[in-house]
Design a protein around this ligand. Structure first.
Ligand code: PEP
Ligand code: MN
Length: 337
């Protein structure tokens, strides 16, 4: 339920309505713009009578929200949300370009790639330290040492770090060392992890599950936001379909759909969607053209010898070339690189 206050409602009148709602056991998610003031009701609204609220002179209207997600709902927050990460923002005019290897391998590897992607205009460094691998016999990541190497690369380049968390037991380390905490596709519905991240105030990059609907993705975002952390960035990374040619099927329609349903920023991962390095460029261009707020792209200096996902990694040279093309498409969309 959303209570839309009249533009001329005084602070006193707004507070009176808020007190009434709170006394009936609901939480309030407030959103104020230049000409509006919205009170989004979260929790059990069964004791709230919309008609009685509407009877107040200061209330413009009461909207019943059908969707199960509330805080992530655009109705609760009509303007796009911008997530602030240090001196950068995700969801503003400037696109957020996160680039780097699938996994951190060695100091030399991460340093080389970080410097290269920064020189090409990337705004964040990605790199996995704790890796969710299908096989237990595959490389599982350098773990804590990987986080240390990412920190070194950040110190050298100034690029904030995006890296994946796999377990609640690592939250303290991630809160300390990481700028944007990634929740991978396989953990999108790890509700304990989402709840724990909801208690932090770190930006969370939430990737869409392998076979998850848009509504399920938004409900997972709601888990984090319900805990008090509203710094959520959504990521479309391809979903499983009957098509086997690509690793996943990039659901480009999810971007305008999510933009309509939610105020949260959406970025696209063309690398895990395609699974093929030569398809990264066309999909990245398409993502910017349909309104994505940024990209997360796997870049490796030696894809043929990468420890993980070499087949879908582009070289720093190709990344540099891609950035130039993206800047043209960004301009058409009134965005910038
Ligand atoms: C990754 O970003 O390295 C990753 C494992 O992605 P996803 O969770 O989308 O498969
Ligand atoms: Mn990968």
């Amino acid at each position: 339920m959303i209570v839309v206050m009249k533009p001329k409602a005084s602070l006193e009148e707004i507070n009176k309505i808020k007190a009434k709602i709170i006394s009936l056991g609901c939480e309030i998610h407030e959103s104020n713009g230049a000409n509006y003031s919205l009170l989004g009701l979260v929790g059990d609204t069964s004791r709230i009578d919309a008609h009685l609220l509407q009877a107040n002179d200061s209330v413009e209207k009461v909207i019943i929200v059908q969707e199960p997600y509330k805080k992530a709902n655009r109705l609760f927050h009509p303007e796009n949300s911008e997530i602030i990460v240090g001196d950068r923002s995700i969801g503003g005019k400037k696109l957020s370009i996160m680039a780097g290897p699938c996994s951190v391998e060695t100091e030399e590897q991460i340093m080389t790639i970080a410097k290269d992607v920064q020189a090409s205009g990337a705004t964040f460094l990605r790199g996995g330290a704790f890796k969710p691998r299908t096989s237990p016999y595959s490389f599982q990541g350098l773990e804590k040492h990987g986080l240390e190497l990412l920190k070194m690369a950040k110190k050298e380049t100034g690029l904030p770090i995006v890296t994946e968390i796999m377990s609640t037991s690592h939250i303290d380390d991630f809160v300390e060392d990481v700028d944007v905490i990634q929740v991978g596709a396989r953990n999108m519905q790890n509700f304990d992890l989402l709840k724990a991240l909801g208690k932090t105030n770190k930006p969370i990059l939430l990737k869409r599950g392998l076979s998850s609907t848009i509504e399920e993705l938004l409900m997972s975002a709601e888990y984090i936001m319900a805990g008090g952390n509203e710094n959520v960035i959504l990521c479309e990374r391809g979903i499983r379909t009957f098509e086997k040619y690509t690793r996943n099927t990039l659901d480009l329609s999810a971007i305008p759909a999510i933009k309509k349903l939610s105020h949260l920023p959406v970025i696209v991962d063309p690398s895990h969607a395609a699974g093929l390095w030569w398809m990264v460029e066309p999909l990245a261009k398409a993502a910017v053209a349909v309104g994505a707020d940024g990209l997360i792209v796997e870049v490796h200096n030696d894809p043929a010898n990468a420890w993980c996902d070499g087949n879908q990694s582009i070289t720093p040279e190709r990344f540099n070339n891609l950035m130039k093309k993206l800047s043209v498409i960004a301009e058409v969309e009134d965005r910038e690189i």
